[in-house]
Design a protein around this ligand. Structure first.
Ligand SMILES: *[C@@H]1O[C@H](CO)[C@@H](O)[C@H](O)[C@H]1NC(C)=O
Length: 306
């Protein structure tokens, strides 16, 4: 009898540990909507890996949602805006639409222009690689802030400013009220190889920043502004969780009005943004600590029961 309860306990310990380790080795993503409107995040997982579910959901103003990524997950997040369902129940969005006709994108990606947050978890050297990209254009300010990880460039990235107002008219996407709702990439707007880094311009040596990509880069120095912008735009962490914030605090409407007047202002790279990012980084310790505590509790309970 004693032998049975001992082996039972060891068995329980083993399964609870492997369960909890499974949770620890994969990151959590916390989506936060600080916009003054509802956002419908879309999720596209890379091909050939177990997908992150759900593939799309509504996030009300002020709402937060936590998702656990499968281990070694890779894919992208974006925010859809101005979404609605028509009388036939078909769901479509003004920006970032994935064409699925439903709230879930179910394997479809964002229609450009859309700001993208891209992740490869547990890649080279066990590091997570992540970036915020404007290569497919811009529709919303986004901030990606790691929590609890380590690494020499394990820090926040994103495009914290409202570029919809500052967008050059050749790239601007407007709603029916003439309001800027997104900003195209030069590649999408003009379709030329030199902007798309395709054809004869398909290498880092031949595809250089354009005046358009430089506009994005000046506004959002940490974000990808064109295809070969890797050096200044890819960040890495080991063992981090991530907060993905739509419309982080620095992108207030007052600020976007200022930026409209002076599109190239480097202001957003100073105090305000940093404070905003810090606020977010400091909101609560990593979820992992909760799991580590849970492991310790299980171990203690099993030992006591022996
Ligand atoms: C971060 O580190 C990676 C890996 O060492 C490097 O490729 C990338 O350029 C670095 N990014 C920045 C923004 O410094």
């Amino acid at each position: 009898m004693a032998k049975l309860s001992l082996s039972m306990s060891l068995f329980l310990l083993a399964i609870s540990q492997s369960f909890i380790q499974g949770v620890i080795s994969s990151a959590t993503f916390t989506f936060i909507n600080k916009c003054d409107q509802t956002i419908w995040p879309g999720i596209l997982s890379n091909a050939g890996i177990s997908p992150l579910q759900p593939t799309g959901f509504a996030l009300q103003k002020g709402e937060t949602k936590v998702l656990h990524a499968p281990s070694s997950w890779g894919g992208r997040f974006w925010g859809r805006t101005h979404c609605s369902e028509d009388s036939d129940g078909k769901f479509t969005c003004g920006t970032g639409d994935c064409g699925s006709g439903t709230m879930e994108c179910a394997g479809a990606g964002a229609t450009p222009p859309a700001t993208l947050a891209e992740f490869t978890l547990d890649g080279d050297g066990g590091m997570d690689f992540f970036d915020v990209s404007l290569v497919d254009g811009y529709n919303l300010p986004m901030l990606v802030a790691p929590t609890g990880g380590s690494g020499h460039n394990c820090t926040y990235t994103g495009c914290m400013v409202d570029l919809n107002g500052a967008c050059p008219s050749a790239l601007k996407v407007m709603n029916s009220d003439g309001e800027g709702v997104a900003c195209k990439s030069a590649c999408e707007a003009f379709g030329q190889q030199e902007y798309c880094c395709s054809g004869a311009f398909g290498t880092p040596d031949t595809c250089k920043p354009s005046s358009y990509s430089q506009l994005f880069k000046t506004a959002c120095p940490r974000a990808y502004s064109y295809a070969y912008d890797d050096k200044t735009s890819t960040f890495t962490c080991t063992g981090a969780d991530y907060q993905v914030t739509f419309c982080p605090p620095s992108s207030t409407s007052k600020k976007s009005t200022e930026e409209q007047a002076t599109p190239a202002t480097p202001q957003f790279d100073t105090g305000m943004v940093y404070e905003g990012a810090e606020d977010i980084e400091n909101t609560g310790a990593s979820l992992r600590y909760t799991y580590i505590n849970a492991v310790i509790m299980v171990v203690v309970m099993v030992v006591v029961s022996l």
